[in-house]
Write a protein that binds this ligand. Sequence first.
Ligand code: HEC
Length: 584
Amino acid sequence: MAVSASVAAGDSGADSKLVEQGRRIYQEGILPSGAELVGQRFDNITVEGKQAACMSCHRHSGMGAVEGDSLVSPITGNYLFHPERTNVATMDPRVGKRFSERHDPYTDQSLAETLRSGTNNRGRKMSVIMPHYKLDKAALAALISYLKQLSVEPSPGVTDDAIHFATVVAPGVAPERRKAMLDILQTAFRQKNGSTVVGTKRGGRRHMVTAAEMILGTERKWQLHEWALQGPSETWGEQLHQFQAKQPVFALISGIGNGTWQPVQDFCNQEKVPCWFPSVAEPPAEPSFYAVYYSRGIALEADALAEFLKEHATPKPKRLVQVFRDVAEGKGAAAAMAAALKESAIPVENRPLPAGSADALPQALANLQPEDVVMLWLRRADIAALAAVAPPQGNPVYFSAILGGGEHAPFADAWKAKAQLVYPYELPDKRLLYVRTFQSWMNMQKLAIVDEPLQAEVFFAVRFLTDTTSEMLDNLFNDYLLDRLENMLSKSEGLKAEQQSRDVASLGAEGELARRYPKARPLAETVNLPAGMVSVGAKGTLQSTTLYPRLSLGIGQRFASKGAYVVRFGTDGKLLAESELIVP
Ligand code: HEC
């Protein structure tokens, strides 16, 4: 078979064409002929196209997964073909670390035979889940070329003793917000690197590296780089590529911006760099594999408010008047709101405030009709400036919690009594338990809480990244980071859940996992995870210390939180819910 062994190294035209054909089989289930890939399972279920594509089980990275009771083995280049590295350690939250089956390297022939027969190269008939495939020579050559280069080298940004990360700061961000973010990231990185001494009693003891890292001895120093962007957003892409060329990073962590984040996401896509939970009000509407966000931001707020106005508001509003700064962010918010109400009978009037001018607010709030509702897309400085203006008498007034900072926005009393917030966070009473870890950590690090939503997001981002990377053990492939993320945040959603229950049924009540690992215990008992805010509970529930109601990512989803409340202030200043959680 004419498969070049130098696929990973060379990118001669023929090789890269073959790899690309292989990628389509692997990821999309499309054969070089253009026909759909078809697979047959031992239980006679036929799978086709995307469902038959290797990626649907072995994931982007080829590292496989542990889904319910089924173990999907790695099929990376090293695991299948490398003379010494055919044994890969992965971490299953329930059994801690596990090693894949040790085996002789596959040859092109034995792999072709395995795919055809469903028997692996140790002669074991594989689980019913793994389909068998009839592939012609062209398809086999392409697929094998792809597998040979899949996750063979650690991703850029990873060296023998360090992992490099960057955080992106877009222009125009208030200096105190930038500082609030950097303080948390730098402190957490220092702590992770063990330079922090914990507890004075034992004096001088290094901060704990994670249990997993201790087992494997794979500890690497984390290095944080600040990538400060300048100038118009059209030039950011170029700047980001230059940063990456100078010092490649494994992932972008957190990050902060006021307007568009599209150029950052585009960069992440092009360079295959994960873009890990930035604090941005306006994530791109079109998600990409490489970028994950807390929520759709102001677009979510706009949709939630539109639904609230259409379904719940009494009396029915006659018109929505929206006030926003005439800058990218404000215009984006106004456009999202207009789009959300487009199909409704509620017309929208835009009242932009010229960028920079402080005295346009009274005018923007004049001339309201009795049944108008007002939406104010304002940041803190403008909310503070409202103190000089009387709130409108009869009309309900809504604010964006994301832009204003939620209940911490500097409302004057008259406005506070009147304001309703579109609120994509969990209600304060319900999230008490979750944010306690965050607050006590901030306390211990002597960091002041100046912008709770932002700081809680940054804190979650860094601690969740710490947990997730440590569970990757030594498999530092950036695709795997995202694979693991989906695995951790989506316990039982959609198609996977269906597939899982089928699989569990076909594997018998005991389950394959129990059979293979009769002594398997919950992870909590086997290794001590760092006292992070992310822990997979006994029933596989994920707890987090963000302010968000519930974070989950179905396969392919990129916005972890999906709902918002409408809330107002009670007389004691506490938030009261005006609505249930609205999931538009
Ligand atoms: C529906 C899920 C599913 C799909 C789709 C799938 N696999 Fe698998 N695969 C599995 C599972 C589960 C195993 C482990 C089976 C076992 O060990 O009993 C496995 C095992 C394997 C193995 C054996 C690894 C070893 O340890 O020797 C290879 C090779 C493999 N798959 C290749 C592929 C390729 C190539 C594709 C796409 C053409 C693919 N698989 C598609 C689920 C899947």
